[in-house]
Design a protein around this ligand. Structure first.
Ligand code: PLP
Length: 379
């Protein structure tokens, strides 16, 4: 068998090593100069006034909903088609994530469904730019303005995405969160960044990530509840190196997506990620296809595995996870679009260094696996 092809793989080079090593030798491993440098460089790249670096995307979401304003018993309208962190961050505060269905084309929260889900206790909207495709922010901003709601954006999958008006995803003036786990467009191993629309947001998030300490406070004095959600200077140094070559990383991902698009176009019944439309631009994060409705997904995954190719169901619907079912009594059939997509979706290997030969191999193996899984289902 030829070399296995993993689902994801980070790109780390000499520059990352050099900057990380410099921190190791400097003796300033946390809350050092690289933290602020990384924040400034990221803010400049995004086109926002300031950002706060945090330990993970999940930590960033938690601090963002707190900064936006959330109390026990409140409700936040969000999408069930996401990584579980976008709903969990609401639960951390004793509030409730209220799900609504998604748009069949973009797989992002459907603004009309979101509006219909707004109730007496709703305080905010938490859209996710899933798979890097921009959510319909103009429509959601309309809903939020009319109902007096805040918006926190989960942009953890969407670095490099752009809205039709030219603004980067995460730069529309809402608290917006990015994630730097190892499979993301930019990685620091673990890490995250919050785009802060106001100076007050920045002060609050900087303080809460650091145990509630105010910047001018004496050591170990704390004026509010906080957490340890700090990002190390080692991680920030790696982030700076990744940021220097972000354009190259993003265009390499886009190149792989184009190759997949050309190769997979002919497979009957297979749905590919939606192409950019109406001026919105995807920041490529993963390559997720939807298998033909009659193909057995487990069989396809098994066949790919035998061929040394990683793939996985992506994403499962959050409301149907056992924890959410048991806690909130969710059932199948509540969000039919999300559920259908979650049943059929499959993530294929996707990272910048994938070669044309590897993508071709994935395409060929997928075509025969799908054909076999459909024949088996028809028997
Ligand atoms: C990656 C991701 C996060 C954050 O994940 P962490 O592992 O905490 O950095 C949050 N939401 C979505 C949609 C993600 O894909």
């Amino acid at each position: 068998m030829t070399d296995p092809i993993p689902l994801a793989r980070p790109v780390m080079g000499e520059r990352e090593e050099e900057l990380a090593l410099e921190v190791l030798r400097s003796g300033r491993l946390s809350l050092g100069p690289r933290l602020e440098e990384f924040e400034r460089a990221f803010a400049a790249r995004l086109g926002v006034a300031s950002t706060s670096a945090v330990a993970s995307g999940t930590a960033g979401l938690h601090l963002s909903v707190r900064a936006a304003g959330i109390e026990r018993g409140d409700e936040v309208v969000t999408t069930p088609f996401s990584f579980v962190a976008s709903a969990n961050c609401v639960l951390y505060e004793g509030a409730r994530p209220v799900f609504c269905d998604i748009d069949r084309r973009t797989l992002n929260i459907d603004p009309a469904a979101a509006e219909a889900a707004v109730g007496e206790r709703t305080v905010g909207l938490l859209p996710v730019h899933v798979f890097g495709y921009p959510a319909d922010m103009p429509a959601l901003e309309g809903v939020a303005a009319q109902r007096g709601l805040w918006i926190v954006e989960d942009a953890c999958e969407a670095l490099g995405g752009r809205h039709a008006d030219g603004r980067a995803v995460g730069a529309r003036g809402h608290l917006s969160v990015f994630g730097f786990y190892a499979n993301k467009q930019l990685t620091t191993g673990e890490g995250g960044m919050v785009a802060c629309p106001t100076a007050a947001d920045k002060v609050r998030i900087d303080s809460e990530r650091n145990q509630g300490r105010a910047p001018d406070m004496a050591w170990l004095d704390h004026d509010r509840l906080g957490f340890n959600y700090r990002l190390t200077d080692i991680a920030c140094a790696i982030g700076l190196a990744q940021l220097e070559r972000l354009d190259e990383l993003l265009s390499a991902r886009a190149r792989v997506a184009t190759l997949y698009g050309e190769l997979l176009d002919g497979i009957e019944g297979l749905e590919l990620p939606c192409p950019d439309a109406d001026g919105d631009v995807r920041g490529w994060f993963v390559y997720v296809v939807q298998l033909p409705p009659d193909a057995d997904r487990a069989a396809v995954i098994g066949a790919l595995r035998e061929a040394g190719i990683g793939s996985k169901p992506y994403l499962p619907a959050i409301h149907l996870m056992s924890f959410y079912r048991e806690r909130f009594g969710h059932r199948e059939g509540e969000f039919p679009v999300c559920e259908e997509v979650a049943r059929r979706s499959l993530a294929l290997p996707f990272f910048p260094q994938l070669t044309e030969a590897q993508v071709t191999r994935v395409g060929e193996e997928l075509a025969s696996a799908v054909a076999a899984a459909r024949t088996a289902a028809a028997r």
